[in-house]
Design a protein around this ligand. Structure first.
Ligand SMILES: [Zn+2]
Length: 636
């Protein structure tokens, strides 16, 4: 197929023009002033569970003529949104703002400001300060000890080693505003430096490279030279151990988990090399990662130079490495090429999920095609579950959705991951019909949009200009229509057929049959059972347990699906295990469906579930708490 490749010179000539954009989830004045560098000077206080100190924002005024606005920008009355003239408006959630200073030539001058708690904003009056050059604003503040949604503070009893307290952040999607005053939109990228002091003998990690350490004061210094959005700012503090997996990869965790991590992620360098072969050179110098306590709300978070991962990946058999491959892949799609607002989240997650399956295939020299297809089949299955959970007509099952007055966390599900991956699969296999041409397109897309932001229209335009002779694509159905995709792919492989046969056979599944399956297949099989509601009853589940002893599985991907089946048929035997699981684990992929299953399948148990939740929520991550409350309070 004929392609229009961009030469490197052409890309350089396009320059880094600052573009104006739209973001329904930030009130900040990013179309008037743009943060270009952030410096943190913070202290970590475990007595009161706060961070305090100051942040310096270097802010560049934008000229109003700069307007290559995207089509999604709202231009009612021809006014550019998020431009408040002489005010710098920042997103600020429950921060205690002490003073705001303007710094120029080492002279600091107070600026007047107002905090709006309801609108979660901090407005700084710039009066007649010059709009000619970059200005530095210093804000002294502290975080809230009860309402900071970005941070979770753990007592020493809540950690694996039980010796010291622990703290970690999760800023995606819009929690950075509770960590520091900022332009909390993925559309603004800033470099950062940081100086963070914490009690001995704890270690601070951040989403940048460590540049220095002062042993006397236990102060850690960091730098991130690549401009990153606020949602990629990350911090963790704890008593941590580390192990070098390769010259550029180091794993961090509590010391009692370090051996397990060493084993589970031993091949991390191979994964990173495979990603580079597909996507081009790794641009962040180091790839380190932290394996967190089990209350971490996600499978992983792609914080640059320091990915965060859930310990539920430590299956002991390296069967759950796809999550680390996923987070690594974000080093290109997401962290270099970034969605301009959360309505285009699929550009981050759909691309990453699609490429993750490709890399897993490329890693398996003997059976790569089969491995990639089976991974894509698992993603398709998870997409079916997610669409069924929302309902096929729900607007959040569109690949691109509207987020006016909606927290992106409330619209979050696997849809944008796996419908996005299915869309790219369709473009590669059905529209272009050549994997190697599509791989080349991916590399060119990363060069074209790397270090920039984009929206769905930019992607469509680029695709069409790159493949000018490609058959037409029904963009409307794929991108803006709810429900399952317009085209159902055939992902069938031997691995999948084996599972489907067992799920549909009339006789009970035997121990021997189950032992033929690998861990991913067992999880897949349980998913098939979950999706075939009519055949599943209590007798079936009890028989499966008698034959196959389901209590022997400790792999969380298997456990949570088995527990969901048990709740569905009211099988009491595993209730204690389920509550124990919910007590320890905060990963929303697992706990959201379990609470939702209690609500829909076992209403008599809801008072007990509610009491359990009320007792334990103080130990849970604030992001997880909010999502469970939504499920427990829902009417259906
Ligand atoms: Zn992701």
């Amino acid at each position: 197929m004929t392609t229009n490749k961009l030469s490197n010179d052409q890309i350089k000539n396009e320059g880094q023009s600052t573009r104006l954009f739209y973001d329904p989830n930030s009130l900040s004045s990013f179309n008037g002033y743009r943060i270009v560098h952030t410096h943190f000077d913070l202290n970590v206080d475990f007595d009161s569970n706060i961070l305090y100190g100051y942040v310096q924002l270097d802010v560049k005024p934008l000229s109003n003529e700069l307007c290559d606005c995207s089509s999604t920008i709202k231009t009612e009355n021809k006014e550019i949104p998020n431009n408040y003239g002489n005010q710098v408006v920042l997103d600020s959630r429950h921060l205690n703002i002490k003073k705001v200073l303007l710094k120029s030539n080492d002279i600091e001058k107070s600026l007047s400001f107002q905090v709006d708690i309801e609108r979660e904003s901090l407005t700084i009056e710039m009066n007649d300060e010059s709009k000619d050059s970059t200005i530095s604003i210093i804000i002294h503040y502290s975080t809230s000890n009860t309402k900071c949604s970005a941070l979770q503070w753990l007592t020493k009893e809540q950690t694996a080693d039980r010796q010291y307290p622990y703290m970690f952040s999760q800023c995606q999607a819009i929690h950075a505003r509770s960590l520091y005053p900022c332009q909390d939109t993925p559309g603004v990228k800033s470099t950062f430096t940081a100086k963070v002091k914490c009690p001995k003998p704890l270690t601070v990690l951040m989403s940048g490279l460590q540049t220095n350490y002062d042993e006397n004061t236990n102060t850690f210094y960091f730098e991130q030279q690549q401009a990153i959005p606020s949602y990629l700012i990350a911090i963790a503090v704890g008593k941590l151990a580390s192990y070098d997996l390769s010259p550029r990869i180091r794993v961090w965790t509590e010391s009692s988990m370090i051996r397990q991590c060493q084993y589970e992620f031993e091949h991390a360098e191979q994964f990173l090399t495979a990603a580079e072969q597909l996507l081009g050179e790794y641009q962040w110098k180091r790839y380190d990662f932290l394996v967190l306590p089990p209350s971490f709300p996600y499978g992983g978070m792609e914080n640059p130079c320091m990915n965060f991962l859930t310990p539920t990946l430590l299956a002991g058999d390296r069967s759950l490495i796809s999550t680390i491959v996923h987070e690594m892949t974000h080093s290109w799609t997401g962290n270099l090429v970034t969605n301009e607002n959360w309505e285009h989240f699929w550009l981050n997650e759909g691309f990453t999920s699609f490429i993750e399956a490709k890399i897993l295939g490329n890693l398996d020299k003997a059976n790569g095609k089969e491995v990639r297809r089976f991974h894509a089949a698992q993603q398709w299955q998870d997409l079916q579950t997610a669409v069924a959970t929302w309902g096929a007509a729900h607007p959040y099952t569109c690949l691109v959705y509207r987020l006016n007055n909606t927290d992106p966390d409330d619209a979050y599900s696997s849809v944008q991951y796996y419908k996005g991956a299915a869309f790219l699969w369709y473009l590669e296999q059905d529209v272009i019909g050549s994997e190697s041409d599509f791989d080349e397109f991916l590399r060119s897309y990363i060069i074209k949009f790397g270090r920039k932001i984009l929206n769905t229209d930019d992607f469509i335009q680029y695709f069409q200009s790159y493949f000018p002779q490609a058959p037409s694509v029904d963009w409307q159905s794929w991108l803006y229509t709810p429900g399952m995709p317009p085209i159902t792919h055939d992902f069938s492989t031997k691995l999948e057929e084996q599972c489907n046969q067992l799920a549909t056979q009339l006789s009970p599944i035997t121990k021997e049959q189950m032992n033929m399956l690998n861990a991913k297949q067992v999880a897949y099989l349980l998913n098939v059972l979950l999706n075939h509601k009519s055949t599943i009853n209590r007798d079936y589940i009890e028989q499966l347990d008698t034959n196959c002893d389901m209590s022997k599985y400790s792999n969380c991907e298997i456990c949570f699906r088995w527990y969901q089946l048990c709740i569905r048929v009211k099988f009491e035997k595993y209730l204690d295990n389920i509550f124990e699981f919910l007590k320890v684990i905060g990963r929303m992929k697992f706990v959201k469906p379990l609470y939702a299953e209690f609500k829909s399948s076992w209403p008599e148990l809801i008072p007990r579930v509610q009491t359990f939740f009320d007792e334990h929520k103080k130990y849970m991550n604030p992001i997880t708490v909010k999502q469970i409350e939504i499920r427990l309070n829902s009417q259906n």
